[in-house]
Design a protein around this ligand. Structure first.
Ligand SMILES: NC(=O)c1ccc[n+]([C@@H]2O[C@H](COP(=O)([O-])OP(=O)(O)OC[C@H]3O[C@@H](n4cnc5c(N)ncnc54)[C@H](OP(=O)(O)O)[C@@H]3O)[C@@H](O)[C@H]2O)c1
Length: 172
């Protein structure tokens, strides 16, 4: 079993919406930048972080941005025939986490809803980076209820873009 910290990172609207038609419901440069910073930053410069995502989230990323650079990308699917160039494909969350060798510092589970649902009951989940977007969007995909055990809530920063406010929180 991996001894690394494992975090969910997600952005939710004020009704826990996270997606629409297999895309993000909103586009904010500051939120994208924050996601990039949190998932890329390492304390030890000889290491990098791992991002684990479901197959739908992989295909929802614009082609020019995938694989997400400077991070080890792992895509989850139960389709054993799926091969994606430059990416590790795994058939379970546990197997994906176990792909993290000594060169990996922190593991981030980046979505989508199906994978988040399973990850919330993953016994070694360290915490959740949640960006609260203080507006309602039309969504067909939602983030599940946050388990009560993640009761230590820290406001990391607040920001605003195009009149929409965000709160960047860390739950542990
Ligand atoms: N707001 C945010 O922060 C955020 C972040 C990420 C994604 N999203 C949004 O979320 C939506 C996509 O969510 P989604 O629930 O449809 O898709 P998803 O979780 O990205 O992908 C689901 C697929 O991934 C595979 N999978 C997931 N968990 C697995 C596991 N534990 N083991 C093996 N395979 C697994 C399965 O593929 P197979 O069917 O091939 O087996 C499953 O059908 C999009 O709208 C996206 O934009 C939002």
């Amino acid at each position: 079993m991996s001894n690394k910290e494992v975090y969910i990172i997600v952005a939710v609207d004020c009704k826990n919406g996270i997606g629409k038609d297999n895309l993000m419901p909103w586009h904010f440069k500051k939120e994208t930048q924050y996601f990039k910073e949190i998932t890329t930053a390492v304390k030890d410069p000889s290491k990098k972080n791992m991002v684990i995502m479901g197959k739908n989230t992989w295909y929802s990323l614009p082609e020019k941005y995938r694989p997400l650079k400077d991070r080890k990308n792992v895509v989850l699917t139960r389709d054993a025939s799926l091969k994606i160039e430059g990416v590790e494909v795994s058939s379970s969350l546990e197997d994906a986490v176990n792909l993290a060798g000594d060169d990996i510092e922190t593991i981030f589970i980046i979505g989508g809803a199906t994978l988040f649902q399973e990850s919330l009951s993953y016994p070694n989940l360290t915490g959740l980076y949640i960006t609260f977007v203080e507006k309602e969007y039309e969504c067909d995909t939602h983030f599940p209820e946050i388990p009560a055990k993640f009761s230590n809530k820290q406001l990391l920063k607040e920001d605003e873009e195009n009149g929409v406010k965000f709160k960047f929180m860390l739950y542990k």
